[in-house]
Design a protein around this ligand. Structure first.
Ligand SMILES: Cc1ncc(COP(=O)(O)O)c(C=O)c1O
Length: 399
C-alpha cells in the first residue's frame, strides 16, 4: 500500500492572490519585529547533501523550527506578530517593537486583556507565550485526544488550558463563542466568514521563517526549485507559497502541499476542482496533530489554487519515516529533531524520491537531478513521549 497520494494539475494561470499581504516588504517588517523579541535568532537551515544524492536531487535543505524562541515550533512567529499588532493598535503605538510594547507606560495604558484561542498545541503555545511576555491573560482550548504534555506546556507559560470533547473545528467554534460571550479577543490561526484580519496577521508572522531561508539560500548562491509545505488549515502553506511566489516571480518554485490523509480537505477540494470546498469530517485521527484540521482557511486555499500544482496526502507511516530519517542522518548530513507534523513535508519528499512505485508521481512533480528542495520542519519533539514511541519503538512501523 502506498503511503502517499499526489494530485497534480498543471498551473494554467498563476494568480496574485495574497501578494499584497505576503510580500518581501511585509516580511521585512515582520522580521524587524521578531528581531526585537527575547531569544530571537534565525533558526538553522539543515543541509543534507548525502541524502540529496541518495534521493537523486541536487540539494536538500530543511529549515529547523524546533529552535524557534525555545518554543519547539514555528507557530510563535504568527502569534507574536498578531498580538503585537493588536496591542499596538489598542494603545496607539506607531511602530511594532517588543521593547516599546513592554515599556511600563505601554503596559499601564493597555491594562489586562484576555486572549482566547483553540489549538492542536503549537499555535496556543505561541499565543500563550506572547501573552505572558506582554502580561496579558490567555485561555486555550485543545481538541479531544490532545496529550497532557501539550496541555501542561501551555499552562507552564501562564495560560488557562483545557481539553474539550470535540474535534479541532468544533473547538475553534467553541472558543469563538466564548470570546463573544465574555468580551475576550479571539485570536485564531484560520479564517471564518467575516473573520480574516487576525488570521492574516498570524499568516504574515510566519514569513520570517521563509525570509530567513531565502536569505540563507541566496548567500549560498541557491534558489529552491521545489518547496514542500505541510498543511492543516493551509494558513502556513498559503502565506509561505504566496511569499515565495512573489520573491522568485517568474522563476517560482514548484510547491508540494502535504496533508495528513485523515484530514485531506485541501487535497479533496483541489482534486474535485469545481469550486466546492471539501470538509474532512469526524475525529480526523492522525498522529500529525497540527495537521488534523477539517476546514481549510479560505485565504490559504485561494492562494494555493493560484500557485501550487501538487497536492499530496501522506499516512502516519510516512510522517514517522520522515521523523526517523531526520533524527538519524547519513554521515555528513545535519540532524533535525522533527515532530509528527513537522516531518510531514519531508516525509512526502522521501516517499516520492525513494520509492520506485512513486516514479510517476515524482516525474509529475518534476523532481530530478537538478532539483534543489526546501522543506520546513515546523516543529521539534513537541510531544516527547510520542516522539520516542515513533523513533525508538518504531510505532507506527514503516512499510
Ligand atoms: C507543527 C505544525 N506544522 C504545520 C502546521 C500547519 O499549519 P496550518 O494549520 O496553518 O496549515 C501546524 C498547525 O498547527 C503545526 O502545528
Amino acid at each position: 500500500m502506498t503511503d502517499i497520494k499526489l494530485f497534480h494539475r498543471p498551473l494554467i494561470e498563476k494568480n496574485n492572490c495574497g501578494r499584497n499581504n505576503f510580500n518581501d516588504e511585509v516580511a521585512e517588517k515582520v522580521l524587524a519585529f521578531h528581531r526585537t523579541l527575547p531569544g530571537y535568532k534565525p533558526t538553522p537551515l539543515a543541509q543534507l547533501p548525502a541524502l540529496a544524492k541518495r534521493c537523486g536531487v541536487a540539494g536538500l535543505y530543511v529549515k529547523d523550527e524546533s529552535k524557534r524562541f525555545g518554543l519547539n515550533a514555528f507557530k510563535g512567529l504568527g502569534g507574536s506578530w498578531c498580538l503585537a499588532n493588536l496591542i499596538a493598535k489598542k494603545i496607539g503605538l506607531q511602530s511594532i517593537d517588543f521593547h516599546e510594547l513592554c515599556a511600563p507606560e505601554s503596559l499601564k495604558r493597555l491594562g489586562k486583556n484576555t486572549f482566547i484561542t483553540a489549538t492542536d498545541g503549537n499555535h496556543g503555545m505561541g499565543i500563550a507565550w506572547t501573552a505572558q511576555q506582554l502580561q496579558q491573560n490567555c485561555v486555550v482550548y485543545l481538541p479531544k485526544g490532545s496529550t497532557e504534555e501539550r496541555v501542561e506546556r501551555i499552562r507552564r507559560v501562564g495560560a488557562t488550558a483545557e481539553v474539550t470533547d470535540m474535534n479541532y473545528d468544533q473547538t475553534v467554534e467553541y472558543a469563538q463563542s466564548l470570546a463573544a460571550k465574555n468580551g475576550w479577543e479571539f485570536v485564531q490561526d484560520t479564517d471564518r466568514p467575516g473573520y480574516t484580519e487576525i488570521p492574516t496577521l498570524i499568516m504574515q508572522g510566519y514569513l520570517t521563517m521563509a525570509r530567513e531561508a531565502v536569505d540563507e539560500l541566496k548567500d549560498k548562491g541557491l534558489k529552491p526549485t521545489h518547496v514542500f509545505l505541510q498543511a492543516g488549515v493551509g494558513s502556513m502553506a498559503g502565506s509561505i507559497a504566496s511569499y515565495l511566489a512573489s520573491v522568485y516571480e517568474d522563476d517560482m518554485p514548484v510547491f508540494v502541499i502535504v496533508e495528513a490523509d485523515a484530514a485531506d480537505c485541501i487535497h479533496k477540494t483541489m482534486e474535485c476542482g469545481d469550486g466546492t470546498v471539501h470538509v474532512a469530517q469526524g475525529d480526523l485521527a492522525t498522529m500529525m496533530a497540527g495537521l488534523a484540521c477539517g476546514i481549510p482557511s479560505m485565504t490559504g486555499l485561494r492562494i494555493l489554487e493560484g500557485v501550487a500544482e501538487n497536492f499530496a496526502t501522506i499516512t502516519d507511516r510516512a510522517a514517522a519515516r520522515g521523523m526517523r530519517m531526520l533524527g538519524n542522518p547519513l554521515e555528513g548530513d545535519d540532524r533535525v529533531i522533527s515532530g509528527e507534523s513537522g516531518a510531514a513535508g519531508f516525509g512526502a519528499f522521501i516517499e516520492l524520491t525513494l520509492e520506485e512505485e512513486n516514479l510517476n508521481l515524482r516525474k509529475a512533480a518534476g523532481l530530478d537531478e537538478n532539483s534543489v528542495v526546501l522543506c520546513f520542519s515546523t516543529e521539534g519533539d513537541t510531544d516527547k513521549a510520542h516522539y520516542r514511541k515513533v523513533v525508538w519503538q518504531g510505532v507506527p512501523p514503516s512499510a
